[in-house]
Design a protein around this ligand. Structure first.
Ligand code: GLU
Length: 469
């Protein structure tokens, strides 16, 4: 088994491309095969500076390694099509000799007047062609689409038949001597002995043209595995404008690479059991092409957030702290803030690192809030109960020894207080959490907040509450 990832360096890494890379990589690993990276850069007009670096960087970040390539002094680089230019022309000439392609001398002005190419140059006599070539007239080489139908099999989409008249005599070699993407792709899949071609289903329509080339050259057709579309939540394409198209968009929003990878793999592939969290290493053992679905998958940001939250929760605390520290520094300006305690409090309660600042926006300053926040049915709490509890507990809290001012002690203290006063725990915890944060939801309960804010600040906030109630 040999698979490949064949990106064109035209910008950032689209999630669909990342998925093609991952699936090709995983299939090769699962089957003990070879995974090849091939940069398809023959369309020089579309090249984007740095796009190549982006590709390497992304693959490195997500942990995809490739297995072979040309020697670049001490290691191997990927295959780069523009460096292999001389390989393609001879095959195009072979196709001409076999009657499956022809020279075309039409200039831009002529072509612009046509809707579809009219095969004008196919009708040139052999000696005319000879003469024009000798005269150095610029030309392209076009594929001659024969009459009839083309049928091909795809592992995911099944058997597909197209009428050849729907296919165009596409250009194989451009006037600058470079192959088109479509031609170089076929030649290289053959030369690199690729057995399984995995790519987005937008290439299904080009596949018949590729097969005609394989047939004309007498080459073995690879197994095709086209991957379902990824739609955005509104049913359209993922787009740059919505910020949901590129791997980098999600990194910028504070998602972890391993969570993005895990989520992207679930787009169109169903795991063998009900679990949804898998490391790349685990996937290398269990991935299978049979479990790829052909129906489009819809990108669901809330699912990605959930996956990301699972990765944050499971992360070793030191690693989490390393990632969270800058966000904490941005979020909390108080000089005496205990960032480690804050990080411990938020680790299991945020979906992304980007949420840290909002989750902790009440630490530096108590926000304005309405006393309606004290009304909470489930906790059997209202403003009157809140006022009584806070008035009674404040002097008790003030008496607690500084050495005992920690989460565990404070939690026990509050539940004991509830018992002695014949209250439910929630009737003590809810008012306190509200008074300390001024928010309906916080990353941590009353004891976490008391411990983090410290005795003095906690009491000040409770007094503020009492003045309001
Ligand atoms: N260069 C194409 C792309 O970037 C590759 C398509 C294929 O995998 O065959 O989408």
């Amino acid at each position: 088994m040999r698979t490949r990832f064949a990106p064109s360096p035209t910008g950032y890494m689209h999630l669909g491309n990342l998925r093609s890379a991952l699936f090709g990589y995983l299939l090769a690993r699962k089957m003990g095969g070879t995974f090849v990276l091939r940069i398809e850069d023959t369309d020089q007009g579309r090249l984007v500076v740095d796009a190549m670096d982006k590709i390497y960087e992304t693959l490195h970040t997500v942990g995809i390694t490739y297995d072979e390539g040309p020697d670049v002094g001490g290691g191997y680089g990927p295959y780069v099509q523009s460096e292999r230019k001389s390989n393609y022309i001879e095959y195009a000439k072979e196709l001409v000799a076999k009657g499956a392609a022809y020279y075309c001398f039409c200039d831009k002005a002529r072509l612009e007047g046509l809707e579809d190419y009219d095969r004008h140059c196919y009708n040139l006599a052999a000696d005319e062609v000879e003469k024009m070539l000798d005269d150095g007239i610029p030309y392209v080489i076009r594929q001659l689409i024969p009459q009839g139908q083309t049928t091909f099999a795809d592992e995911v989409f099944g058997e597909i038949t197209v009428e050849n008249e729907e296919l165009e005599d596409q250009v194989l070699i451009k006037s600058d001597g470079m192959p088109t993407y479509n031609f170089a792709n076929v030649v290289d899949d053959h030369l690199m002995a690729i057995t399984h071609v995995m790519r987005g289903s937008e290439y299904l329509t080009s596949t018949p043209k590729y097969n005609l080339l394989y047939q004309a050259l007498g080459w073995e057709i690879p197994t095709y595995v086209h991957l379902p579309l990824i739609l955005s939540a509104n049913g359209g394409k993922l787009s740059k404008r919505h910020g949901d198209a590129f791997f980098e968009d999600f990194l910028d929003k504070g998602f972890l690479p391993e969570a993005i990878v895990n989520y992207v793999i679930l787009l169109g592939w169903s795991p063998p059991d009900n679990r949804e969290i898998y490391s790349l290493k685990e996937l290398e053992q269990i991935f299978s092409a049979e479990a790829i679905s052909k129906s489009p998958s819809t990108f669901d940001i809330s699912k990605l957030r959930w996956v990301n939250g699972e990765y944050l929760k499971a992360m070793d605390f030191d690693k989490f702290y390393g990632l969270a520290e800058n966000h904490l520094i941005d979020a909390i300006k108080k000089p005496d803030a205990d960032r480690v305690a804050l990080a411990k409090m938020v680790q299991s309660r945020i979906a992304t690192l980007g949420e840290i600042s909002e989750a902790l926006d009440f630490i530096d300053n108590l926000p304005q809030y309405s006393t309606e926040l004290y009304i909470h049915k489930k906790s059997k709490c209202d403003e009157t109960i809140a006022k009584d509890v806070l008035a009674k507990i404040a002097p008790e809290l003030a008496k607690i020894d500084k050495n005992n001012w920690n989460n565990q002690y404070l939690y026990k203290f509050m539940t004991d207080f509830a018992e002695v006063n014949e209250l439910k725990n929630s009737q003590v915890l809810w008012p306190l959490r509200t008074a300390l944060s001024g928010k309906p939801a916080t990353p941590g309960g009353a004891s976490d907040l008391l411990a983090i804010l410290g005795r003095q600040e906690s009491i000040t906030r409770i007094e503020t509450a009492l003045a309001k109630l």
